[in-house]
Ligand binder design. Structure first.
Ligand SMILES: Nc1ncnc2c1ncn2[C@@H]1O[C@H](COP(=O)(O)OP(=O)(O)O)[C@@H](O)[C@H]1O
Ligand SMILES: [Mg+2]
Length: 227
């Protein structure tokens, strides 16, 4: 059993397409991440970082190898089991915030909790607490279109951590922000995650972001060259 690692990946392979248009994106990835670790994955564009993160996040299927999350072989799950597992264990942050435009900041943060069938009262109080932590209390009733990019991204981060997932996966989370907003966002995210012993995997090009993590993992051409 490899239950000492919350993420345990061996020989992971992924090819998009088939025949002459096949693109072999992951060519045997081995990676172990301990519970509570905060790591960065860096590497040139097109090397498979997002593909790897999506596989860890159970958003896609792989072809070969093994992927254990919290000791569970997620490749054995069907679609419904995967989405339940994802909702319970994983919080995602993308480069663009992906907030729901029709809903205000508070409602966006409450969403994963409501999906999980928490009471509205509990979801609201948790969301308010997060808005405070992110210094956005006065934006609670604003919709994404009425907030700045930096504010929307902070809301997206609050939404990702609202359900207290064991793992946060972030794909270029500060890629659309200026360096001041990027560092502010990262500081809040990492301090909340360290406080709750949350495992965090951040794909980033930004060396200032990578420098704030516990470990930097380098990818090149579909494999990990340094971890
Ligand atoms: N859904 C897809 N279908 C076909 N090719 C894809 C798909 N997603 C990614 N790719 C290709 O896989 C390679 C790795 O992509 P990606 O994982 O996004 O790299 P990175 O995040 O490191 O920039 C790229 O060549 C990309 O064009
Ligand atoms: Mg990418």
């Amino acid at each position: 059993m490899s239950d000492s690692f919350i993420i345990d990946i061996n020989g992971l392979e992924k090819t998009y397409g088939s025949g002459s248009s096949a693109v072999r994106v992951l060519r045997g990835v081995d990676l172990k991440i301990a519970k509570g670790e905060i790591v960065a994955i860096t590497g040139p564009s097109g090397t498979g970082k997002s593909t790897l993160l999506n596989l860890i996040g159970c958003l896609d299927r792989f072809d070969k190898g093994s992927l254990l999350i919290n000791g569970e072989d997620v490749s054995a799950f069907n679609i419904d089991e995967l989405s339940a597992f994802r909702n319970k264990n994983i919080g995602f942050i993308f480069q663009l915030h992906n907030l729901l435009p029709e809903f205000n900041a508070l409602e966006n943060i409450m969403m994963p909790l409501l999906i999980r069938r928490e009471t509205k009262k509990m979801a609201r109080s948790k969301a308010m607490e997060l808005l405070k932590a992110f210094n956005l209390e006065d934006r609670a009733l604003h919709k994404p279109g009425e907030m700045s990019g930096g504010e929307c991204q902070r809301i997206a981060v609050a939404r990702a951590i609202a359900g207290s997932p064991e793992i946060i996966l972030a794909d270029e989370p500060t890629g659309s922000l200026d360096s001041r907003n990027a560092i502010a966002l990262l500081d809040i995210l990492l301090s909340l995650c360290r406080e709750h012993n949350t495992t965090v995997v951040i794909v980033t090009h930004d060396m200032n972001v990578a420098a704030k993590t516990d470990r930097v993992i380098s990818m090149l051409d579909g494999i990990i060259i340094n971890q």
